[in-house]
Design a protein around this ligand. Structure first.
Ligand SMILES: C[S@@+](CC[C@H](N)C(=O)[O-])C[C@H]1O[C@@H](n2cnc3c(N)ncnc32)[C@H](O)[C@@H]1O
Length: 425
């Protein structure tokens, strides 16, 4: 069964970075010793319903064409194949520069930043949800002081200003801050929005506290890039006691898929390459979660909630956790991979609002995260694939994520049990 074709170009800085580093291999010090996984942290959470997402159809202009007729201009619209972009990201990453720092480096082309922002803005599931949350809940914003953490183009600040906020502080560490200033001015909001260029951790605000913190901080697999900690830091430093954080809930889910065709093509390929054993590459490929869209017809089991994070209360350490799972097969099939995705919700709205990045929902630029299993599991309807997932920021680079999966199947046709380690980088 093949993957769903993704109709959006993929150019978020997360995505560019992720794809660019896909071809990197482990350094000597990238072994399991630097893993920050702790079996003892256990979390089980109740599901939250996210049932009220109002949004319009996407209006995404899309540059397409066969590989054969691509020009250099086309490559700018295809981050996967644009060698220049890969070069920039790889060279800076290899120097140990993290993504946020990269966005403020002079060597990073402004055009790359623009593409990144454009992709996020064109993700209508994402942007429309924020717009609806703000416009349909003006009572939250009226006469309130808002802090927009990682403002980018300033889009969320503009929404808040239009909804009646008394003042909005838009903090952005990249060069995009300069453009956000211009955007704010040209749209006549200079008296309401103050753009501050710098890392939120380093910046001084002209006010002691703010009433609302708004941010779009979510990365692949929810936690990749670790911007959540920046939001938690901001909350603790600047938010009034009864203030609100938007969004305030984020939940990570897990399911299992049949994915023979893709696994064969991308992973098993290395078993025999023109008669040679290249399985050392296969090991590396298996250890890197793949960000891709999954066809909902590939789903073999139920989808299970792993962890809900309450952004208004949680501590930064809560981004490390172990969660048990029990995935029940809904049909006889084979399982090749586990798939993780997240939902976010805004529970302070008049009616609960939010969006899902799951395979049964409309595609977003976050897609889903696929973790291939070493075994091919033959599962019968009603049987359970049980285990646990442990997630923690990598010790050396907290923007990377270490994931450990333990699974076992004790079925009629298949018995298997294994522990696998992955790193998202
Ligand atoms: C996912 S983008 C969201 C941009 C914009 N809010 C939107 O919704 O289109 C996150 C932004 O946060 C910025 N950022 C990340 N960490 C930051 C920090 N510590 N301080 C200030 N800005 C940060 C990045 O440069 C990036 O522009």
């Amino acid at each position: 069964m093949g993957r769903r074709k993704n109709n959006q170009t993929s150019m978020s800085f997360n995505n560019i970075q992720h794809q660019a580093t896909k071809i990197r291999f482990n350094d000597d010090d990238d072994d399991e010793d630097s893993s920050n996984l702790d079996d003892s942290i256990v979390a089980t959470e109740k599901a939250i319903a996210v049932d009220d997402v109002t949004m319009s159809e996407p209006d995404v202009s899309f540059v397409d064409g066969g590989d054969d007729d691509k020009t250099s201009a086309d490559y700018y619209f295809d981050s996967y194949s644009h060698f220049g972009i890969h070069e920039i990201w790889n060279s800076e990453r290899n120097r140990g520069v993290d993504c946020v720092s990269m966005l403020i480096l002079p060597s990073v082309d402004v055009f790359l930043l623009i593409l990144t922002m454009q992709e996020m803005l064109k993700d209508v599931v994402r942007t429309k949800t924020y717009q609806n949350v703000i416009y349909q809940n003006k009572f939250l914003f009226k006469d309130k002081v808002v802090l927009d953490v990682g403002a980018g183009t300033g889009i969320l600040s503009l929404f808040c200003a239009k909804a009646g906020a008394a003042h909005v502080y838009a903090v952005e560490c990249s060069h995009m801050a300069n453009m956000a200033k211009e955007i704010v001015e040209s749209n006549g909001f200079s008296n309401v929005i103050t753009v501050l260029k710098g890392k939120i951790e380093d910046i001084e605000l002209p006010v002691a506290k703010v009433d609302i913190i708004i941010s779009e901080w979510m990365g692949y697999f929810l936690l990749f890039e670790n911007m959540l900690n920046t939001v938690l830091y901001t909350r603790d430093k600047w938010l009034v006691n009864d203030g609100i954080v938007l969004p305030d809930k984020a939940s990570l889910y897990l399911t299992a898929i049949e994915d023979a065709e893709y696994k064969e093509d991308k992973i098993e390929f290395w078993n025999n390459v023109y008669g040679f054993d290249m399985t050392c590459i296969k090991k590396q490929a298996m250890g890197e979660p793949l960000v891709d869209t999954v066809d909902q017809n590939q789903i073999v089991t139920n989808c299970q909630l792993l962890k809900t994070m309450d952004i208004s209360k949680m501590a930064s350490g809560d981004t490390s956790f172990t969660a048990p799972f029990k995935l029940i097969a809904e049909r006889d099939d084979y399982i090749h991979a586990l798939v993780a995705y997240f939902d976010v919700s805004f529970t302070k709205c008049h009616k609960l609002m939010g969006f899902s990045t799951g395979p049964r929902s409309r595609a977003t630029h976050w897609k889903q995260t696929v973790l291939y299993l070493e075994d091919v599991l033959t599962i019968c309807q009603g049987e359970a694939l049980s285990g646990s997932m442990t997630v923690a920021p990598n010790k050396k680079n907290p923007r990377d994520i270490d994931i450990m999966i333990k699974y076992s199947l004790n079925g009629r046709r298949c018995v298997a049990s294994r522990t696998q380690h992955y790193r998202m980088r």
